[in-house]
Design a protein around this ligand. Structure first.
Ligand SMILES: CCCCC/C=C\C/C=C\C/C=C\C/C=C\C/C=C\CCC(=O)SCCNC(=O)CCNC(=O)[C@H](O)C(C)(C)COP(=O)(O)OP(=O)(O)OC[C@H]1O[C@@H](n2cnc3c(N)ncnc32)[C@H](O)[C@@H]1OP(=O)(O)O
Ligand SMILES: Cc1cc2nc3c(=O)[nH]c(=O)nc-3n(C[C@H](O)[C@H](O)[C@H](O)COP(=O)(O)OP(=O)(O)OC[C@H]3O[C@@H](n4cnc5c(N)ncnc54)[C@H](O)[C@@H]3O)c2cc1C
Length: 642
């Protein structure tokens, strides 16, 4: 089937500019010409140590070739090059780029940039972000690692008081990093001033051995990221200089006087940054799995429809389309709303760092808390559907979908466990409803203004604005319902914390609806702004799939469920309309075969030949009779014959 639009032009929309989209193609082409940058053999056949070694080998090779391929100062080009070469299974610089350098930029002073930033950027040192502990991750106020100030030596003493205080999970900590931003409770004269970020050297720069007072290692295999070394870390009264408290916002004077930051949570900026980037990051993962599933579905034939002489492509089944197309729509929606969120984050950082203005922090914290939760969960759902849509071959690691799934659902946990983060957004929604109840609607931010709108009659949506209106109404009702339930308990004498817990499920529902509304609105906004008519038309089809699917999925929040029949019909017809463009919408992501790492999804479409070649390369097929057969199976069978 021929697409109605140009995939290069769509790539420019997906990646934000014509220039970046074409640079991505050039970068992929450059990588394809350098064998040193390719996987030396399929990753699923490697054990953990081999994977870590392979990732480290490629990283060093990449570091060597990087200046010939990209402008080292161009972050977006760098991100693509890393994805292409390193894939997604983790590597020594993953957290260095994603949290260590951004954490230093967000929290460090100009003097501290001078000391560490250049070295970090040149990769003279490798760092990670060590916050989570064995006993606590979500509740930062219960972290146990201490950094006690000793004015006599102008040093902090970093200490792990007990086993639960061991840092646990930080990526690239176990074996790769020699520095870390360590989040520890700042203690001055026995007063705990809460978690603060410290720059800590962990290993000798020459020998790479842990420094005295440091215990560090790898935490073992995980669901995914097994090419990376998530680690543990303990401190035995380990001393660092006063200048190692990252002090752009909070400071300790030599005599121990503490200077507060302009906002208590300004130290969370590295987390807010990652959360802001997660919608786009997860969208690539969702698209990655869908490219595999949709390409495969356009090759795989099974069963008959009208033509009884030739089996049908499985992509023509309505159930297959229902399984896959709403996720294509979500992948696009996440990208567009991700771009908008990143812009909000960049603006906030500018406001905070240049003008000391922290007034936007609460809004962005609430928004990104909800967004990371909804997006990671829906991405996981979409990837799992993509796997099942490939039948048995989806279950093989040749499809690579299980790896993508493992990586994506890590996002439900890292950067804030999803339920915990949904409840953060819920605090904001409840406060907003309380403002309205107290006659202060004027104080509401623009994203929650709809909470003050009166209910109107539900009617069949015909235009996009009708869908938004219906969704706003459902979201508003749920926020009010949850708030009133909570307040009723409080008014009845239940403590706020217990009342909150007794309302928590309803509160998370409110957060999800609010976030889904935001995603829908940003998706519609972006598509309406696209000038190329061919692109706009196909994206409009995608929006139709999205709004109908979302409404149907949230149908329990409608009062008049009879509306659902017409919504179902509109959904089925929009799935049908999308069919000719489905594959090209995914090809527009322009994943190379190297980056795809999937035998099932390769561009050449020779699924069966490629699968057979892949199976033959299994280490189990090196010999016809395995030693385990000689040692155990044959004797067992021989014995049975006697
Ligand atoms: C270029 C970037 C790319 C990014 C990658 C994106 C996608 C990736 C795709 C592929 C992956 C590839 C590589 C990545 C691999 C691995 C993963 C990468 C990183 C993972 C790193 C981590 O996980 S680091 C550890 C993260 N930990 C957490 O997130 C902990 C969660 N907990 C919290 O954040 C907090 O404890 C809390 C928010 C739940 C509560 O905060 P706390 O300070 O304890 O709260 P209270 O003292 O009770 O105060 C509550 C009060 O403060 C408000 N608040 C809280 N935080 C903020 C904030 N940041 N800003 C503003 N306000 C805040 C809160 O709303 C309350 O306000 P009210 O009292 O007014 O209601
Ligand atoms: C792949 C991966 C990479 C990571 N990388 C890093 C890193 O680089 N650096 C780093 O510091 N950390 C990292 N982490 C750790 C991660 O940030 C934490 O695991 C995460 O914040 C969740 O915290 P937790 O493990 O304490 O979960 P818990 O909070 O123990 O969650 C367990 C359950 O308790 C529930 N729960 C907890 N609190 C509440 C509450 N208040 N209300 C309702 N329910 C609640 C949760 O919803 C969940 O169901 C990583 C984790 C993973 C999986």
């Amino acid at each position: 089937m021929t697409a109605t639009f140009d995939t290069d032009r769509m790539a420019a929309v997906i990646y934000g500019s014509e220039k970046l989209a074409s640079r991505r193609r050039e970068i992929s082409a450059a990588v394809s010409r350098i064998p040193e940058l390719h996987d030396s053999r399929p990753l699923p056949f490697m054990d953990r140590l081999e994977k870590v070694t392979e990732m480290t080998r490629k990283l060093a090779a990449l570091n060597k070739h990087l200046p010939d391929i990209i402008d080292p100062n161009d972050y977006e080009e760098g991100l693509h090059l890393y994805h292409e070469v390193m894939g997604m299974e983790g590597h020594p610089l993953a957290l260095h780029e994603v949290m260590f350098i951004p954490g230093l930029i967000g929290q460090g002073s100009d003097e501290q940039y001078e000391k560490w930033l250049g070295r970090a950027r040149r990769r003279e040192i490798i760092g990670c972000y060590a916050q989570t502990e064995l006993g606590h991750g979500s509740n930062l106020r219960s972290l146990e690692t201490t950094a006690s100030y000793d004015p006599s030596t102008r040093e902090f003493i970093i200490h792990t008081p007990q086993i639960t205080a061991l840092k646990w999970w930080p990526g690239a900590l176990g074996k790769s990093s020699n520095y870390a931003i360590v989040v520890a409770n700042l203690i001055i004269r026995d007063r705990n001033l809460g978690p603060h970020p410290f720059m800590v050297q962990l290993r000798d720069e020459e020998t790479h051995r842990p420094l005295q007072g440091i215990t560090v290692g790898d935490i073992g295999p995980k669901m995914a990221f097994n090419g990376g070394d998530n680690g543990f870390l303990g401190f035995d009264n380990y001393r660092i200089p006063l200048g190692n408290l990252l002090n752009r916002h909070a400071r300790v004077e030599e005599d121990g006087i503490y200077v507060k930051p302009p906002h208590a949570k300004v130290g969370h900026s590295a987390m807010i940054r990652v959360r802001s980037h997660m919608a786009t990051g997860q969208a690539w993962l969702l698209a990655h799995s869908l490219i595999i599933a949709v390409r495969y579905s356009a090759v795989r034939r099974q069963g008959f429809l009208e033509d009884k002489t030739r089996e049908v492509k499985i992509l023509d089944y309505q159930t297959q389309q229902y399984r896959l197309f709403p996720s294509i729509a979500r992948a696009y929606a996440f990208i567009f709303c991700g771009f908008e969120t990143i812009r909000l984050y960049d603006q906030l950082i500018l406001d905070v760092n240049k003008h000391g203005n922290t007034s936007g922090m609460a809004d962005l914290h609430a928004l990104t808390s909800g967004l990371k939760s909804v997006v990671t969960y829906q991405t996981g759902e979409g990837i799992e559907q993509a796997r099942m849509a490939c039948g048995g071959h989806g279950y093989s690691m040749a499809s690579y979908i299980s790896e993508i799934y493992g990586v994506a659902i890590g996002g439900c946990t890292y950067e804030g466990e999803n339920m915990v983060m949904l409840l953060q957004l819920a605090r904001y929604l409840v406060k907003s409803v309380e403002l309205i109840k107290n006659g202060k609607s004027k104080e509401l931010g623009p994203m929650v203004a709809y909470l003050a709108e009166p209910d109107t009659q539900e009617k069949t949506p015909l235009e996009l604005k009708d869908y938004v209106k219906l969704f706003q109404m459902m979201s508003k009702r749920q926020s009010w319902k949850a708030t009133e339930r909570y307040l009723k308990l409080v008014e009845g004498g239940v403590s706020r914390d217990v009342a909150w817990n007794k309302t928590a499920v309803e509160l998370t529902r409110a957060s999800r609806l609010h976030t889904r509304l935001y995603i829908m609105e940003t998706f519609i906004r972006r598509v309406s702004s696209i000038e190329d008519m061919n692109l706009r038309m196909v994206l409009r089809d995608l929006v139709n799939v999205h709004v109908n699917y979302e409404l149907l999925d949230c149908g329990i929040y409608l009062h008049d469920v009879s509306l659902l029949d017409s919504i179902k019909n509109q959904l089925y017809s929009s799935l049908h309309s999308l069919r000719p463009n489905a594959l090209s919408l995914l090809d527009s992501f322009q994943f190379s075969d190297i980056q795809l790492r999937s035998v099932l999804g390769r561009r050449d479409g020779h699924v069966y030949e490629n699968l057979f070649e892949w199976a033959k390369s299994s280490p189990l097929n090196v010999s016809d009779v395995l030693p385990s057969v000689d040692r155990y199976l044959r004797p067992m069978m021989e014995k049975a014959k006697l």
